[in-house]
Design a protein around this ligand. Structure first.
Ligand code: 2BA
Ligand code: 2BA
Length: 109
């Protein structure tokens, strides 16, 4: 058994959950926040048999899209002495950040 932890953009979650259900794949959805952009994203916990990991990662790839976002560097420092308005920079977010972990035990009790 493996645990897939997938950080995805909110816009992709509903389609991804629908695809996972079609595949007969259990999932748990957690609301999360990106450490860099400080904006909401979604973390999915997906427990699957080891042999299905590649298929699930493929489904995540097909469903989650990369998007551009503008961020203003050091936006938290406005008002500081000598502060200035830096130009926004573009970052590319996603498709998805995927971790695959070994699971010691899995039970529904
Ligand atoms: P955020 O931390 O809000 O990052 C959003 C996007 O900003 C990232 O997209 C990346 O393109 C950019 N970015 C992040 N840190 C940066 C930095 N120090 N300098 C310049 N640009 C930076 P993704 O890489 O696709 O990540 C999307 C979300 O996935 C992240 O949201 C975070 O919630 C999660 N994530 C990414 N890498 C992770 C990791 N190693 N561990 C845990 N979560 C991770
Ligand atoms: P349970 O199988 O007891 O699952 C309860 C909750 O545990 C799930 O809530 C989900 O949050 C989590 N969970 C279960 N298996 C997981 C896994 N492999 N990886 C990650 N998290 C997992 P829900 O997804 O809302 O499901 C509630 C109940 O609906 C489930 O109870 C199951 O009896 C049924 N169910 C779930 N998916 C189904 C599907 N594709 N078709 C038919 N019934 C389904």
């Amino acid at each position: 058994m493996k645990l897939i932890i997938a950080v995805v953009q909110d816009q992709d979650v509903n389609r991804l959950l629908a695809r996972l259900a079609e595949e007969g794949c259990g999932a748990t959805k957690l609301a999360s926040t990106g450490g860099f952009l400080r904006q909401g994203n979604t973390t999915l916990l997906i427990g699957v048999e080891a042999e299905r990991v590649d298929r699930v990662v493929e489904v995540i790839k097909e469903t989650c899209h990369s998007r551009k976002q503008l961020v203003t560097p050091m936006a938290g420092l406005e008002g500081a002495p000598g502060s200035y308005l830096p130009n926004p920079v573009e970052v590319s977010v996603g498709g998805a950040t995927v971790f695959v972990l070994h699971v010691e035990g899995f039970a529904k009790v």
